[in-house]
Design a protein around this ligand. Structure first.
Ligand SMILES: [Zn+2]
Length: 52
């Protein structure tokens, strides 16, 4: 998986969210915020929080 950091977290507003991409398809598969520990996955373009 490819990890891209420095995204704005939708829960805490900090620039601490990492977005993970699939190696095979380049699709976003999930996200995790280092600041508030928010975890999420992508449903198409929509970011769906798992532990909100
Ligand atoms: Zn956060």
């Amino acid at each position: 998986m490819e990890k891209v950091g420095n995204h704005v977290c939708p829960r805490c507003g900090q620039v601490a969210m990492n977005v993970y991409y699939s190696d095979q398809t380049d699709n976003r598969v999930g996200a995790w915020c280092e600041y508030c520990n928010m975890k999420a996955y992508y449903h198409g373009e929509e970011l769906v929080q798992i532990n909100s």
